[in-house]
Design a protein around this ligand. Structure first.
Ligand SMILES: Cc1cc2nc3c(=O)[nH]c(=O)nc-3n(C[C@H](O)[C@H](O)[C@H](O)COP(=O)(O)OP(=O)(O)OC[C@H]3O[C@@H](n4cnc5c(N)ncnc54)[C@H](O)[C@@H]3O)c2cc1C
Length: 463
């Protein structure tokens, strides 16, 4: 059946758009390549153990998005007190930091160097302002070189897999969780930055994992419309002004669908690759130079009640293969069977590299080994392990990415019936609330084009 709107991608952006459109009386067909909905914000379950693909806390300043999530999950939401630590050069540092805690963790010498470096950088910025192109330029100018060398250099290179001079300074402007130590130290010592979301000490969480948001959206959409999983978009035929059809592969079969409008949340570069006829050569060249960073989650299920008392623990150094871990039972006790717990670790990588290609058994074995070395577990407590590989987890903000992504978006703007949304779809470092907001905004835009604004629909004046 041909639906009015075809939505590419069943992550939060695509599902939020689908929910808004079906509520407004429109038919949608959601096409999701994976076997389950939720995208990056899904929860994996096995034998009573549950974990997110990296612990996902929900936090927003956007009243519409907060209302949207509360309406879906009101009875299921728990409030979680945040407790995080950073493992830096063999020391544990509490986060968010208090000045005394920071002094104790980093030591008076390192703390004094950081403050001195910060003062020098502030002065230099005032006397000799220079263009800030790379992450290194930005961090050194705003925090000073000692803090850059202590934390930012290794962690950003670990997260992104490229040198900090090749990472765009603009990334810093998009509030990155991984850079929280810098914000925390500034906050701790200088009492600035209290409004940063990274410093919020309580957050909302669905009792059975973040994937509950997508599951509820799925149920709401399926009351009147349809969602296909395991349906990978492979081609989009167009006439230069409109997308005429979308082809999906399910197993070894391909289907062609037609819709009045197409709303895409799949990676921006995939849209360009899928176009038939091909996009011009300069657009394809820009797409070839826009990359995403991939992620491997390794979860270890344990025969014990708890392993830590933390929500997240960060490992910025290159001495530990994972960048972060979380213990889902500290978010909600329902994330493991009684008397059991699990730890989920995040390894940043590129598809096809040594981490991505390592066998599950090898990844579980090395992870358990590091967890034991760090003092969290004993090997004999390991009951099971699970590995999830996630392509395109992060848009990679290399120097020059903005110009390239603009070339792609400008080109795609020619298609009257194509709307872009979402984190990979717009190549933005979105959190869940922003991904949901972008899906809702894309749905608003489609409805407004037909003269059916949400307000008009609510008032019963829709078509
Ligand atoms: C490790 C990690 C931790 C995070 N923690 C937080 C947090 O604590 N709080 C927070 O607010 N946000 C967090 N985020 C960000 C959050 O996950 C995203 O903002 C949000 O899930 C993005 O939703 P989306 O729909 O835009 O994109 P996605 O979730 O990427 O959805 C895109 C969907 O498109 C599908 N797709 C791709 N290609 C195709 C194709 N060819 N055909 C069909 N389907 C396709 C994908 O399978 C996917 O389901 C975190 C992200 C990561 C990676």
């Amino acid at each position: 059946m041909n639906r009015e709107t075809i939505i590419l991608g069943g992550g939060l952006a695509g599902l939020a758009a689908g929910r808004a459109l079906t509520q407004a009386g429109r038919g949608v067909q959601v096409l999701e390549g994976a076997d389950a909905v939720g995208g990056l914000a899904r929860t994996v379950a096995r034998d009573g153990f549950r974990f997110d693909l990296g612990g996902h806390r929900f936090f927003t300043h956007d009243a519409r998005v907060e209302g949207f999530v509360r309406e879906l999950l009101g009875d299921e939401l728990v409030t979680v007190p945040r407790a995080s630590r950073i493992y830096l050069r063999g020391k544990w540092i509490e986060y968010p930091l208090r000045p005394l805690g920071a002094l104790a963790g980093l030591g008076p010498r390192a703390s004094a160097q950081i403050l001195l470096g910060y003062a020098r950088a502030s002065l230099a910025r005032r006397l000799r302002p220079a263009p800030l192109v790379s992450l290194e330029d930005w961090v050194v100018a705003h925090f000073g070189r000692p803090l850059f060398e202590l934390y930012f250099r290794d962690y950003s290179e670990k997260v992104w897999g490229i040198g900090s001079r090749d990472i765009s300074a603009e990334w810093m402007a998009q509030r990155v969780q991984g850079l929280s130590l810098g914000a925390a130290i500034r906050h701790a010592f200088l009492q600035r930055g209290t409004a940063l979301p990274t410093l919020v000490d309580r957050f909302l969480y669905p009792r059975l994992g973040i994937g509950s948001i997508a599951e509820r959206l799925r149920a709401a959409i399926e009351r009147s419309s349809s969602i296909a999983t395991g349906a990978r978009v492979v081609r989009m035929r167009h006439d230069g002004r409109r997308i005429e059809s979308v082809s999906v592969r399910r197993g070894d079969r391909e289907h062609e669908l037609r819709g009045e409008a197409i709303l895409s949340t799949i990676p921006l570069t995939q849209i360009i690759q899928a176009l038939s006829p091909h996009a011009p050569v300069e657009v394809r060249a820009a797409a070839a130079r826009l990359r995403y960073r991939d992620l491997v989650i390794v979860a270890v299920m344990l025969r014990r009640e708890r392993a830590t008392d933390q929500t997240w623990i960060y490992f910025p150094g290159k001495d530990v293969p994972f960048g972060r871990l979380h213990e889902p039972t500290n978010w909600s006790a329902a994330m493991a069977p009684p008397g059991r717990t699990l730890l989920a670790t995040e390894r940043f990588c590129f598809r096809g590299d040594a981490t991505w290609s390592a066998s599950d058994a090898e990844l579980i074995e090395t992870t358990a080994g590091y967890l034991e070395k760090l003092g969290f577990i004993h090997r004999r407590e390991v009951q099971d392990g699970m590995v999830v590989r996630i392509p395109a987890a992060y848009p990679l903000f290399e120097v020059g990415y903005r110009e390239r992504s603009r070339i792609l978006c400008d080109y795609l703007a020619r298609f009257d019936n194509l709307q872009l949304a979402g984190r990979g779809g717009l190549f933005r470092y979105y959190n869940m609330d922003q991904a949901i907001a972008s899906g809702l905004a894309a749905a608003d835009a489609l409805l407004a084009r037909e003269g059916r604004t949400p307000a008009a629909v609510a008032a019963g004046r829709g078509r």
